[in-house]
Design a protein around this ligand. Structure first.
Ligand code: ADP
Length: 402
């Protein structure tokens, strides 16, 4: 099947057209700056160079129309007609408690999806905009929603309930949901394959370290705890997000600086984390480069790795052991420095990496442990789009069989 995978943000649409038989991305790209001046589409067919085009792209419908036009164009296309697209798989950030797995989108379901906007006002409205755009642009083509939260739906109540009055869970659904589920699922499955053992026998800690970052405890193939919470703000230090902190701090700063709710939200989500501590960048490459000459960049790097180390050990405790530790996403796949600093002093729990292997493992699957380490430390490139494409195919085929 040919599945168009879409990840829609407020001003962007990222896409891949995936052939699920060959597991190849036939083309991938992104529309950026939707609704702003200087909108641009970047399109890369798998067998030809990247092309960039500037255009006036005022909304998500026009963005999807551009994507289809490039996928089917004579010079840059990879299919002849949009009818060759068998289905569309959408990344939807929040599935709440309603959606424990991916679902095919029906008109009735759109209203349930809309009811979740309250839980994820920064993400879900844009995901819904992408779905509506495809309903207009690709009428009759099945669409599937794949939720970032779904893989974490079996986290037990003692791991998802916060220490605030229980009534807020009942009234507003305030609990840990967790995100990056497709990535944690993909890399834990790959880790089991690499180790040649059934995932049902394994206790795996997966570290997804991109611009956003989260860590999960995956026991027997099931996520039993994860660091992101009610929103993606909790947990690890991230590029621009604070991660864990004393909740009283924000009340204190709001009072002292007379910040509004909106300003406080922006402070925690956009101006904190690596950029907040270092004042240099939210990009780990720039933090690494600056760390030897800038003490705040070094501090940001140290806070990042120290917190990650604490989470790894605590998730081993949560599972009663650990067989494998997995690093993935931009930082996890590429930064041997972050992996080395994080794993330092974890020998007591069986984590011991080989520095030469660690230096070699850049953007590729590799076991970087020393030969006699009791815990295998693995680098596994993630592929969230492939998980979305496979789930979309599975749902569409199941419905056709009925
Ligand atoms: P996103 O969350 O946007 O999908 P990615 O998984 O692409 O993010 O990760 C992006 C981050 O990966 C960048 O901010 C950068 O800090 C980091 N990164 C990419 N390459 C390297 C590298 N070679 N060394 C360190 N960090 C890297």
């Amino acid at each position: 099947m040919k599945i168009l995978v879409l990840n829609c943000g407020s001003s962007s649409v990222k896409y891949q057209l995936i052939d699920t038989d060959s597991q190849l991305a036939l083309a991938k790209g992104m529309v950026a700056r939707i609704g702003m001046s200087g909108s641009v589409l970047t399109h890369k067919p798998h067998d030809r160079p990247e092309t960039k085009v500037s255009a006036e792209i005022l909304d998500h419908i026009v963005a999807v129309e551009y994507v289809i036009a490039y996928l089917t164009s004579t010079n840059h296309g990879v299919i002849k007609d949009k009818k060759e697209i068998d289905a569309v798989g959408h990344r939807v950030v929040h599935g709440g408690e309603e959606f424990k797995e991916s679902i095919e989108i029906t008109p009735e379901l759109m209203s349930t999806l809309r009811s979740l906007i309250d839980l994820a006002p920064l993400h879900n409205p844009h995901n819904i905009r992408g779905i509506t755009a495809c309903q207009k642009t690709l009428p009759g083509i099945p669409q599937v929603a794949v939720f970032d939260t779904a893989f974490h739906h079996q986290i037990p109540p003692y791991a998802y309930i916060y220490g605030i009055p229980y009534v807020f869970y009942k009234r507003y659904g305030i609990r840990r949901y967790g995100f990056h589920g497709t990535s944690h699922q993909f890399v834990s499955d790959r880790a089991a394959d690499m180790l040649g053992r059934p995932i049902t026998d394994l206790k795996i800690v997966t570290c997804h370290l991109g611009n956003g970052a989260s860590i999960s405890a995956v026991k027997g193939g099931v996520s039993v705890d994860t660091s992101m919470g009610f929103t993606p703000l909790e947990g690890l230090l991230m590029g621009t997000r604070s991660g864990d902190m004393d909740p009283a701090i924000i009340l204190h700063i709001m009072a002292r600086e007379e910040l509004t709710l909106h300003e406080s939200n922006t402070l925690l989500n956009k101006h904190s984390g690596l950029i907040g501590i270092s004042g240099v960048s939210s990009d780990m490459r720039e933090i690494s480069n600056a760390a030897h000459k800038n003490s705040n960049a070094k501090l940001a790097l140290d806070v990042y790795c120290y917190r990650l180390k604490k989470y790894i050990a605590s998730y081993a405790a949560a599972m009663g052991g650990i067989d494998a530790l997995v690093f993935t996403a931009g930082v996890g796949e590429n930064s041997s420095e972050v992996r080395a600093l994080t794993c330092e002093n974890l020998e007591f729990m069986g984590i011991k990496i080989d520095s030469k292997k660690n230096m070699t493992a850049v953007g590729m699957e590799m076991d970087i442990s020393v030969d006699d380490a009791t815990v295998r430390t693995l680098v596994v490139p993630t592929n969230e789009e492939l998980v979305i494409a496979r789930d979309t195919q599975r749902l569409v085929e199941t419905r056709k069989k009925k």
